[in-house]
Write a protein that binds this ligand. Structure first.
Ligand code: IVH
Length: 671
């Protein structure tokens, strides 16, 4: 078909406009047109592309690709993606500047590029002749994973760079993150749909970037700030980083508007202070600032250490603290009946989230804080840590204090509350208590357990309250009709949920063990049990003494495991679950090489290729011990980005330190 010139022009103009408005909306946060106008342009473009067969891979309509991937392919970084050393205060920053001057044998003040340290995921984007060709995670800095299918769904990242003569390869690096507004929107939607809410923006972004299914990634409104360039073939880059930023900005790539060029380290300190004071007002989470030598030629002269450049430094902010008032204290009944005091707070925005309640852990903690209802308290929150009540301020200010007392009856079922060990209290009813029932079902369906998508907290509560679900196995007997009758559930969501329930039956043994909710058996212990026994039956038959042979299982946990599997009701429940079709692949026990027997490893920093639990399980399977702190008995420390005091201690003690890449190679060579 001969396509009229007018149509071609309209299509190209629509693409240009949509890209332009995407950029205004997603990276500059200043939309110029109403959403409805944008949607109309998008629909028109879709129509024309279909009608005239004009689809092209760089069209904004082609962001979400087709089918999910089966696995990630590896990407080797031609230039390694480095990490950053970090400092915590003014003097450390001055020392950093002095070190650089000494190395350069020049006392003249240095020019720095100061940038917010965005809390997200480091990625590399590769453009070839101006077209986005590949996106990869940082991985261990040397090898990452191909995440192009997900990055294409991020509206703020251009599929095609602006500018006509961009030939050859241009690699741009930066941080993909989820803004505070996007995170709030996402959780609002999750609450409305009754599905599980997301814990924090960083983890949500990391999870979205590593999705195999781009349609799932596309649901998360990810953003990016670019902060450096990697391989560049033909385009001449300016010497100053600040000018590199301006150049990549002109190509339509998102750069952080809160960056600044500063003369001398004192001005960098002032920048950090300013940034800290406006931290709350930023629309994205930061955990500090990054101070970089601005001249790339000077950067080159300074060079790098093993994993970090000498010319850059992360300036980490302290954990954030805010004051607020304790309106009330309620008692929550957990999965195993433990009764926990929870403070209801006047909502306060701290460390990037609004906190309106927080656990007080136990009554000893309440006593230690000297807390009463109505008190004003300091709340601290760092990174993704649960907010913590640090102390009571000015207790005399509380004119009508109310003491906090443990109830004598379970707030959920009215059964007597009894003491459980030194500091805990428990509902005496066991699994007939509806609160315990609800919590154990929520746990069973949670992400680390059977991961039943769509079975959120609200729905579990409805299902238990309506009597449809009493025990976890009842979820496998739910029908379309029953589910569609629940609040906020339509035919379609009921069908989706049934499908998700069916899918959850194909699981792994560690997930199943964790889902059972055995006291003190977390994901790592479930992995260790699997690696040790290989299958469920031997775990069910073993004694506490046997369990103690599993690495990292002490006498108390071993006792809990034995008690759980001796209990007839639990054995019957397992039988029912298996007869519903729950199954997992058999695991080979690594009886062979216990190549790391007698060795003690410590894991520190962030691992990017595997979870810490997986790393731990792999080490345990090879006979190694995994310790929580570095001592002279440590044989090796696996250090990922963000490693802090454990890494310094290992360096001090002269202990072998390896990064994630070396660790993976070691595991491969031994298994
Ligand atoms: S520069 C050679 N700039 O921090 C230096 N990193 O701890 C490489 N990050 O892996 C990094 N904001 O994920 C740089 N403005 C920024 C950053 C930034 C966040 C992250 C990045 C990196 C980690 C290092």
């Amino acid at each position: 078909m001969k396509i009229p010139e007018k149509i071609k022009q309209e299509v190209s103009e629509l693409r240009r406009q949509i890209d332009y408005h995407n950029r205004l909306y997603y990276t500059q946060d200043r939309p110029e047109i109403p959403d409805a106008d944008y949607d109309a342009m998008f629909d028109r473009l879709l129509f024309l592309e279909r009608e005239y067969d004009l689809v092209s891979p760089d069209s904004p309509t082609q962001r979400v690709g087709g089918e999910p991937l089966g696995h990630f392919s590896q990407v080797a970084h031609e230039l390694p993606m480095l990490s950053l050393d970090k400092v915590f205060g003014e003097q450390d920053l001055i020392d950093f500047d002095n070190r650089l001057k000494k190395r350069l044998e020049d006392d003249a003040g240095l020019e720095y590029s100061c940038e917010p340290k965005v809390d997200g995921v480091a990625v590399s984007l590769l453009y070839v002749d101006g077209l986005l060709q590949r996106a990869a995670t940082r991985g261990d800095g040397v090898t990452g994973e191909d995440i192009t299918h997900n990055v294409r769904t991020i509206s703020g990242i251009p599929l095609k760079l602006l500018g006509s003569s961009l030939h050859g390869r241009i690699e741009v690096r930066g941080e993909i993150f989820l803004g505070k507004a996007g995170f709030a929107r996402l959780n609002k939607r999750a609450r409305k749909e009754g599905s599980k809410t997301f814990v924090n923006p960083r983890n949500t972004a990391a999870g979205a970037v590593r999705q195999l299914d781009p349609r799932k990634a596309a649901r998360i409104p990810l953003e990016m700030f670019c902060y450096s360039v990697g391989v560049v073939d033909e385009v001449t880059m300016p010497d100053k980083l600040s000018e590199v930023f301006d150049l990549i900005d002109s190509w339509g790539l998102p750069v952080n508007p809160d960056r600044s060029t500063e003369q001398g380290i004192e001005n960098c300190q002032r920048y950090c202070d300013r940034l800290l004071s406006k931290r709350d007002k930023l629309d994205y989470e930061i955990d500090g600032a990054v101070i970089k030598v601005n001249n790339r030629s000077v950067q080159e002269r300074l060079g790098q250490n093993a994993r970090t450049p000498r010319w850059a430094m992360a300036y980490k902010f302290p954990a954030e603290e805010k004051s607020t008032r304790v309106i009330d204290v309620e008692f929550q009944v957990g999965r195993t009946g433990t009764i926990t005091p929870v403070a209801r707070l006047e909502p306060v925005f701290v460390g990037g989230v609004t906190v309106s309640n927080t656990t007080l852990h136990n009554m000893d903690e309440v006593a230690r804080l000297g807390l009463r209802i109505g008190d004003t308290v300091i709340i601290r929150r760092a990174g993704d840590v649960i907010p913590k009540v640090v102390k009571v301020i000015d207790p005399a200010r509380n004119k009508s204090p109310k003491p906090i007392e443990i109830p004598s009856e379970c707030p959920a079922c009215g059964s007597p509350v009894e003491k459980d060990g030194e500091v805990l209290y428990k509902c005496s009813a066991g699994i007939i208590c509806p609160a315990q029932r609800k919590e154990s079902i929520k746990h069973f369906a949670s992400r680390g357990a059977l991961d039943v998508e769509g079975l959120g907290d609200k729905l579990v509560e409805q299902l238990v309250d309506s009597g449809l679900v009493k025990n976890v196995d009842d979820i496998f007997s739910l029908t379309q009709e029953q589910l569609a009758g629940m609040e906020r559930m339509g035919e379609k969501s009921a069908a989706n949920l049934l499908q998700a329930i069916e899918k959850s039956k194909q699981t792994t043994l560690p997930r199943f063990l964790y889902a059972l909710g055995i006291r003190e058996v977390g994901e790592a212990t479930a992995q260790a049990l699997t690696a040790h026994y290989g299958d469920l039956q031997p775990i069910m038959d073993a004694s506490a003494e046997d369990h103690e042979r599993v690495t990292d299982v002490g006498p108390i946990v071993a006792g809990h495991i034995e008690t759980f599997f001796r209990n007839e009701e639990n054995r019957a429940l397992i039988g029912k679950l298996i007869s519903h079709g729950i199954q997992w692949p058999k695991v080979e026990i690594s009886t062979g090489s216990q190549a790391l027997a007698g060795k003690t490893y410590v894991l520190t920093g962030t691992l990017e290729q595997m979870t810490r639990n997986d790393a731990k399980a792999r080490l345990l399977a090879l006979g190694a011990k995994v310790a929580g702190s570095v001592s002279k008995n440590t044989d090796c420390v696996v250090a990922g980005p963000g490693a802090g005091s454990k890494l310094s201690k290992a360096e001090e003690l002269g202990i072998e330190i390896i990064d994630e890449g070396e660790f993976l190679r070691l595991l491969d060579s031994l298994s």
